[in-house]
Design a protein around this ligand. Structure first.
Ligand code: NAD
Length: 324
């Protein structure tokens, strides 16, 4: 299959590209290596994708998806069968600090991708990243795709919700097949430095107290990146999908934050100090994915527990982050 991946140098994009190359797919990656976090890490991931590719199986353009003309010519020349749109400004907590960056990258960028896809002679299937954050303060657990998502609590969540709505318009107006994936707290090697496990590991190593919000009463459906990539891949090739689909991709086991921290501290061989803080604005107390819909449609079945996944993150962190 010919697959175009936006955000290919990102955390999830990198793992997806390597997995698709190992299946023998032809890839076209797009990323602008922005400075939301260390661009050196993105370049390093990108080098690894190149190293994993057979001659001619990985093409790449450094471009901003908001540059519709440049994106259009990349899509025109490659003629993908599937587009996976992962490029976005991630992170709910940061979105209040840089609202215009989120609107531009997540909303204008998404519209640009939709427009370029719909203009193709053979319109590709579009699989795009949404987020568990769209569930906002929903307290009915586990979150299932039929729950109302009209009350997001961060700007980031609002951009992802709007992506889902706009994708619905394009699938309805133009017959585009659009598949939105609500990822739940993804973690693993080559992780983002702005995310919780990285921040905890950095603080543990530096001997700083860990900032624990909501006094530690937080639960997350931590999902190992290989499981997420398996879920995405199933959605790329599954023949059993409707024209417009929304799926949760999680592990379906909410874990106490303090349990994850215990495993990580054990792996790093430290006894952390804690600074307990109130709930942060724009945050959710618990996330928990109901995955029965994607399991039914695609056979998705996550297999990595936190007792296996956190040590795999920690091994990478020790090798890559501590040796810098
Ligand atoms: N990691 C998670 O836990 C998680 C959870 C829910 C949703 N998501 C979503 O999944 C997607 C991938 O997340 P990630 O964790 O890999 O993030 P990431 O930041 O590591 O990857 C995103 C990549 O997109 C690129 N990018 C951003 N804006 C761009 C633009 N305008 N043009 C071209 N490239 C651009 C960035 O340089 C980066 O390499 C994002 O859409 C994110 O919102 C992630």
């Amino acid at each position: 299959m010919k697959v175009l991946v936006t955000g290919s140098a990102g955390f999830i994009g990198y793992h997806l590209c390597v997995a698709l190359l190992s299946r023998g797919d032809d890839l076209f990656g797009i990323d602008n290596f922005n400075s939301y976090y260390d661009a050196g890490l993105k370049h390093k991931r990108h080098d690894l994708i190149r190293a994993a590719a057979e001659e001619g199986s990985f093409a790449f353009n450094e471009l901003d998806v908001c540059n519709t003309a440049a994106l259009q010519s990349a899509i025109d020349s490659f003629q993908p069968e599937v587009v996976v749109h992962l490029a976005a400004h991630p992170g709910a907590r940061n979105s209040q600090k840089a609202p215009f960056d989120y609107m531009k990258n997540n909303c204008e960028g998404f519209l640009s991708v939709l427009e370029c896809c719909r203009k193709q002679k053979k319109v590709p299937r579009l699989v795009f990243a949404s987020s568990s954050s769209v569930y906002g303060r929903n307290v009915t657990m586990p979150f299932d795709e039929s729950h109302a998502v009209g009350a997001p609590v961060s700007l980031y969540a609002a951009t992802k919700s709007s992506n889902e709505l706009i994708a619905h318009v394009y699938s309805d107006l133009y017959g585009m097949q659009c598949v939105g994936l609500r990822f739940f707290t993804v973690y693993g090697p080559w992780y983002r430095p702005d995310m919780a496990l990285s921040l905890f590991a950095d603080a543990m190593i530096a001997g700083r107290p860990l900032q624990i919000f909501n006094h530690g009463d937080l639960k997350r459906d931590f999902t190992f990146v290989d499981d997420v990539v398996d879920g995405i891949t199933r959605c790329l090739f599954c023949e059993n999908l409707d024209r417009y689909e929304i799926f949760n991709i999680g592990r379906s086991r909410p874990e106490k934050l303090m349990d994850i921290i215990d495993i990580l501290a054990g792996e790093l061989g430290v006894h952390p100090q804690f600074e307990y803080l109130p709930m942060q604005e724009g945050d959710m107390q618990c996330t928990w994915a109901d995955i029965s819909k994607i399991t039914y449609k695609t056979g998705y079945q996550p297999i990595t527990s936190i007792s296996e996944g956190v040590p795999r993150f920690s091994d990478w962190y020790k090798k890559f982050c501590l040796s810098k």
